[in-house]
Design a protein around this ligand. Structure first.
Ligand SMILES: Nc1ncnc2c1ncn2[C@@H]1O[C@H](COP(=O)(O)OP(=O)(O)OP(=O)(O)O)[C@@H](O)[C@H]1O
Ligand SMILES: [Mg+2]
Length: 365
């Protein structure tokens, strides 16, 4: 190690040195700037050589205060956390950047850590304290969960009162119109509350996810059957397209079904005329269920955002009813199973939403 320090005197515990007399002025200047930046960034920065700490900035010293003299010591002695040490090891061995979220046992701080391999076996470790961010996320989730729970009871009361009144009223007239409107709006509110409760349940940790083989064809056919009447009422063609018959996905059938219901609901809701096709296909290691429609499509700038909570394209124009939660729930449900979901669209021509799940290994005959 000593030889190392002599060979590279520019690195010391005080930060990258700026005092190389032979360095041209610009080099010295940029070193000074770099040292200044690293000194003041909130992100912890540690420079490693092998498993030892070569240098660290003040933010990293605050995050990992275990040793007074951390320079030259083993990383694990400095950070006191085997997962961070393991992350650095994986980055060094794979020569690929690695990232993880780690909760420090003593301080309880939550860090987002990245290990980035440099040349010569050097490695840079970047740590960001996201404790407050995680806390605020929990507060938001609890707020939404509590709110949706509290709304459920008065909503049920409202619906019951409207139904009782409705039974007393003559079949037509203004009062009937109003009471039907109340029932309809209460129903929409109940849908929103249902979606919010679903999201709250998905946010809660430890949600059970099955990983069992299920037939993709059956799932697609069942969906087509379930929505056939609604499609016909809207004068739309709804059909299945099974490209690879007999393929089997591994995952949670009920959750996949729920996700696809949200996607098919959108396709039928936004498509004015034409058709909605639910297709199934398989590749070597994954299956894909795609829902394609001939609706208005989604502009490119919105496409990446439709999976966000409450995001609706052109919300200000009113348009179709909905709270903007269906696709965020769908994404959650698919990703929980290790799957992916993506959207493609040509404005004016239609939209395709693709759900991909791991494929069950083919059993030999
Ligand atoms: N097939 C589609 N064609 C055109 N636009 C779509 C389609 N699917 C989704 N979108 C756009 O993406 C937005 C988000 O969809 P999402 O399902 O999350 O919400 P929503 O349908 O508006 O409400 P919710 O599903 O909560 O009732 C929609 O409001 C719509 O603007
Ligand atoms: Mg929807």
């Amino acid at each position: 190690m000593a030889r190392f320090w002599r060979r590279r005197p520019s690195v010391s515990s005080g930060g990258p040195s700026t005092g190389d007399p032979e360095a041209p002025v610009e080099v010295a200047e940029s070193r000074r700037m770099l040292a200044g930046i690293l000194e003041h960034v909130e992100e912890g920065v540690l420079l490693l050589n092998g498993t030892r700490v070569r240098w660290l900035n003040p933010a990293a010293r605050l995050m990992f205060p275990a040793l007074k003299q951390p320079v030259g010591r083993l990383l694990v002695e400095v950070v006191r956390e085997h997962r961070i040490d393991g992350l650095a090891l994986r980055a060094r061995e794979s020569r690929l950047e690695q990232a993880a979220e780690v909760e420090l046992p003593i301080s309880g701080r939550i860090l987002q850590v990245r290990a980035v391999p440099l040349h010569d076996g050097d490695l840079i470790l970047l740590a960001r304290d996201i404790t407050r961010l995680r806390y605020l996320e929990t507060v938001r989730q609890q707020f939404v969960a509590n709110l949706s729970h509290e709304i459920r009871t008065p909503l049920a009361g409202l619906d019951l009162a409207a139904q009782t009144l409705s039974a007393e009223l003559p079949a037509d007239g203004d009062m009937r119109l109003f009471i039907d409107r109340i029932t309809q709006e209460a129903g929409r509110l109940a849908d929103i509350v249902f979606n919010l409760n679903q999201l709250a349940a998905l946010d809660a940790e430890g949600i059970a996810v099955e990983r069992l083989p299920f037939s993709v064809d059956d799932l697609v056919r069942a969906l087509v059957d379930r929505y056939q009447a609604r499609a016909a009422a809207g004068q739309l063609v709804l059909r299945a397209d099974i490209a690879t018959a007999g393929s089997t996905a591994v995952g949670d059938r009920a959750k996949t079904d729920q996700a696809l219901q949200n996607i098919v609901d959108n396709a039928l809701k936004f498509t004015g005329s034409g058709e909605v096709v639910i297709s199934a296909s398989a590749e070597l290691s994954r299956v894909e269920i795609a829902v394609r429609d001939t609706g208005p499509g989604i502009p490119g700038r919105d496409l990446a955002r439709i999976f966000e909570r409450f995001y609706k394209v052109d919300r200000s124009r009113g348009g179709q009813p909905g709270s903007g939660l269906g696709l965020s729930i769908a994404r959650h449900l698919v990703e929980l199973q290790g799957g992916t979901i993506l959207a493609e669209s040509i404005p004016g021509a239609g939209t395709v939403i693709r759900v991909r799940l791991p494929r069950a290994p083919l059993t030999s005959p």
